[in-house]
Design a protein around this ligand. Sequence first.
Ligand SMILES: Nc1ncnc2c1ncn2[C@@H]1O[C@H](COP(=O)(O)OP(=O)(O)OP(=O)(O)O)[C@@H](O)[C@H]1O
Ligand SMILES: [Mg+2]
Length: 219
Amino acid sequence: MIKVEGLFKNYKTGVVEHVLRGIDLEIDSGESVALLGPSGSGKSTLLNCLGLLDSPDKGKIFLHGQEVSRLSEKERARIRLTELGFVFQFHHLIPELSALENVLLPASLLGQKPTERAKHLMQRVGLEEKAHKSPAQLSGGEQQRVAIARALINGPRILFTDEATGNLDREKALEILELLLEINREQKMTLVSVTHDSTLAMRYETKYSLQNGILKKCS
Ligand SMILES: Nc1ncnc2c1ncn2[C@@H]1O[C@H](COP(=O)(O)OP(=O)(O)OP(=O)(O)O)[C@@H](O)[C@H]1O
Ligand SMILES: [Mg+2]
């Protein structure tokens, strides 16, 4: 599970901007959590700290009992690759690779080539027929499905998504959201999603709102 104690984060660009002002948070293993809040409230900053992509100025983060806030960048990279998955608003697929090759990429960084697992994941996200297409030959929703399969290839315990459906129309956004929640339930994989869309957030077990640097649980 994820535990956060007294997280602070400032940005100093001319003036000091206090983005996170003392965040405490506990997320159970397998829980689905939506992080809401206005634009600029620090949702991505918090998610990036939890996902070891960014470092807090103060405070502690525990992932599955291990304090990760002060680890070396090498150790953090290892945890990101083996235990965490990420899906962002823009899919960041490599245009020169096929969908299937994109899915295999994080495994190749561990010296592995689990082709059958990648094919299975492509099937799980409903794209078994399109595994050999390049990203440009796929629709926006399909590209996000490939990004989800890629995020799952190393079997993460936690999946972080940041406005993963932000570029899609309502219907496609709901489909992707349902897919993420199904995988969350099937694999008991913790799901932490940033969204500005409170209707989509309703589908999650737990909802938090970030405002003025403080996190509040929504009822
Ligand atoms: N690398 C950075 N350098 C300086 N300031 C930053 C940096 N990243 C974020 N900020 C500032 O921190 C604040 C929070 O940004 P963040 O991206 O976390 O907000 P957000 O809630 O994700 O917004 P949005 O919904 O628009 O994505 C913003 O005011 C932003 O300008
Ligand atoms: Mg953001």
